[in-house]
Design a protein around this ligand. Structure first.
Ligand code: NAD
Ligand code: ZN
Length: 361
């Protein structure tokens, strides 16, 4: 069926986001981008066996050649060794400046393959084919690409916008339920920072979303993408409003770091972090407690955590001040001026301590 199309408006570098079903079976717009080019489909060891062949079948009739490159699934593949291995395969297959990278996978593959495209021969085109919900509502749009460094996550990377984003809701059927719920955290976040009605709709649709109902998913992905695309178009390099997308992420980051990456999924940590950030907003007198209750209810309905681990509050503060999003050591918090409207602020350490202590358990 025909996809819904959104455009990320970035002047000459504008690109379309397709949201729909069956987009890996027939897709003239995707084929047009690949036409006559050498294509490297980069995927991971979970996703390639499921969808790699399908994407190859779609592009091979129009492409000059198609190579498939598979990295091990998991965050640890966002590293120099895998980046180097991808470039090695690309050079071996004689890919050049006119070639195309297709990132087929979740956020790990999107970030890694996107950076492989950004850095190959000073930058070549790439297409995002996000296959996790998190990637379909968040990471595939916005052009942030990169890998991790042993001293920190996402420490090496580049802004490199894709040529096209192909979000096929059908692939979410094979996504593990825990990963689906984690993606819903970013959906809830988009509602919280930009659109109260959307958040209420998502909360009402939660049973359908968790059951992978294609219509409910397509609706949520489309609105989420529209919110993210709007923010990115307004502030591509995160000088201002793009920071609002970090709602819940300063607190959440502390949970991720403290637990050791992978113990808590990113979306789970963000969920608990959003509760803290909402509480901070309430305590700063910027949001009514009833709004916070709506947000908490949506998070619980998704089966996501609302409490963070019982660690000393000092540990949380330490993890937050090393956050790269921190400005000169003092963490900047994204808060809500009521559900649907975000702002950034600094906050007193004492207040932050109180907020954290309230939501451990
Ligand atoms: P992921 O890419 O590791 O995917 C999660 C798991 O689901 C993996 O095991 C993967 O193999 C599997 N999977 C993906 N799609 C599947 C499918 N359709 N069927 C079956 N299994 C499937 O993790 P993620 O949550 O998608 O992304 C997290 C990454 O995204 C992090 O590295 C984070 O830093 C990054 N991220 C980037 C941005 C950005 O703007 N660039 C934004 C948010 C997050
Ligand atoms: Zn996030």
């Amino acid at each position: 069926s025909d996809p819904q199309i959104l455009t990320v408006d970035l002047g000459a570098r504008s690109y379309d986001i397709q949201v729909g079903h069956g987009l890996l079976e027939a897709n003239p717009a995707f084929q047009a981008v690949a036409k006559g080019r050498s294509v490297a489909i980069v995927s991971d060891s979970n996703v390639d066996p499921l969808y790699g062949h399908q994407v190859e079948l779609l592009l091979a009739p129009v492409a000059h050649q198609v190579v498939r490159i598979v990295v091990p699934a998991g965050e640890s593949s966002k590293c120099w060794e895998q980046l180097d291995a991808i470039h090695d395969r690309m050079l071996e297959a004689h890919l050049d400046r006119k070639s195309l990278v297709v990132a087929l996978g979740g956020g790990v593959v999107g970030d890694l393959a996107g950076f492989a495209a950004a850095s190959f021969q000073r930058g070549i085109d790439f297409v995002q084919v996000p296959t996790s919900l998190l990637a379909q509502v968040d990471s595939s749009v916005g052009g942030k690409t990169g890998i991790n460094h042993r001293r920190g996550k996402n420490m090496v990377g580049a802004f490199h916008q894709p040529r096209l984003v192909v979000a096929d809701t059908g692939v979410l059927r094979t996504l593990p339920p825990r990963e689906l719920a984690a993606g819903l955290a970013e959906v809830i976040k988009h509602g919280a920072i930009a659109d109260r009605t959307y958040l209420e709709q998502v909360a009402a649709d939660m049973p359908a979303l968790l059951a992978c109902d294609p219509d409910a998913l397509a609706r949520a992905i489309l609105v989420s993408m529209r919110i993210k695309a709007g923010v990115v178009a307004a502030d591509e390099r995160e000088a201002g409003v793009r920071a609002h997308l970090n709602f819940g992420h300063t607190f959440g980051h502390a949970v991720e770091v403290g637990a050791g990456y992978g113990k808590w999924l990113h979306g789970e940590a963000v969920a608990a972090g959003m509760v803290m950030a909402a509480d901070l907003s309430v305590r700063l007198g910027r949001m009514p407690a009833t709004d916070m209750a709506v947000l908490v209810q949506a998070i619980e309905a998704a089966g996501l955590p609302v409490k963070a681990p019982q660690w000393p509050v000092d540990d949380y503060l330490r993890y937050m001040s090393i956050d790269k999003k921190a400005d000169r050591g003092t963490p900047v918090f994204v808060v809500l001026d009521g559900l649907g409207k975000a702002a950034t602020t600094r906050a007193d350490e004492a207040l932050v301590r109180e907020v954290i202590a309230t939501h451990l358990g």
